[in-house]
Design a protein. Structure first.
Lengths: 121, 109
């Protein structure tokens, strides 16, 4: 059974940093691209970032480019999102999602339950 | 960037009825790289349809997807109580690779 468990969320002041983690199990992690998708309270889904199976291809939404960094550790079956210079508009539930293939261009076939990030003074 | 517009914003129907949800793209979606997701309150999204018309594993056959180019449709042939949720379309494969529609809320009439 595929499981994706996010952690690292919390309350943080504007301008500060936070690092999210996603622990994956139930599939061969290094065969698949992975993503972060966020959902602001009461709003829709927004793709944040994706990373290919070998970290060779990485993409970011314009809204986070230059502030967020996605990475993965295939030896630890883990995905990360380093979030710097956080803004109030980054407040959201952050989901870890598995790509259906090795490239990050594909749809998401499994999602975690999310970790909540609140940016407020 | 491809913008996806879903309609209607809210759809009020009764169990047993047929639901038709629309997703229109601002430009052609390559290779029908269009997916649909279902999200219930307090839950993560679940993949229903990929490639515009292929059902994901374990999805009942009352869910079907169709369309190509800029116009896509999700049809639920006969609504069950558990189908009332928010539905999102997503395009993938272009650059930037992932955009979502704003969602359609399917509510019980």
């Amino acid at each position: 059974e595929v499981q994706l468990v996010e952690s690292g969320g919390g309350l943080v002041q504007p301008g500060r940093s936070l690092r999210l983690s996603c622990a994956a199990s139930g599939f061969t992690f290094d065969d698949y691209a992975m993503h972060w998708v966020r959902q602001a309270p009461g709003k829709g889904l927004e793709w944040v970032s994706g990373i290919s199976w070998n970290s060779g291809s990485i993409g970011y939404a314009d809204s986070v480019k230059g502030r967020f960094t996605i990475s993965r550790d295939n030896a630890k079956n883990s995905l990360y999102l380093q979030m710097n210079s956080l803004r109030a508009e980054d407040t959201a539930l952050y989901y870890c999602a598995k790509s259906a293939s090795y490239g990050y261009e594909y749809y998401f076939d499994y999602w975690g339950q999310g970790t909540l990030v609140t940016v407020s003074s | 960037e491809i913008v996806l517009t879903q309609s209607p914003g809210t759809l009020s129907l009764s169990p047993g009825e047929r639901a038709t949800l629309s997703c229109r793209a601002s430009q052609s979606v390559s290779s029908s790289y269009l997916a649909w997701y279902q999200q219930k309150p307090g839950q993560a999204p679940r993949l229903l349809i990929y490639g515009a018309s292929s059902r994901a594993t374990g999805i009942p056959d009352r869910f079907s997807g169709s369309g190509s180019g800029t116009d896509f449709t999700l049809t639920i042939s006969r609504l069950e109580p558990e189908d009332f949720a928010v539905y999102y379309c997503q395009q993938y494969g272009s650059s930037p690779p992932h955009t979502f529609g704003q969602g359609t809320k399917l509510e019980i009439k």
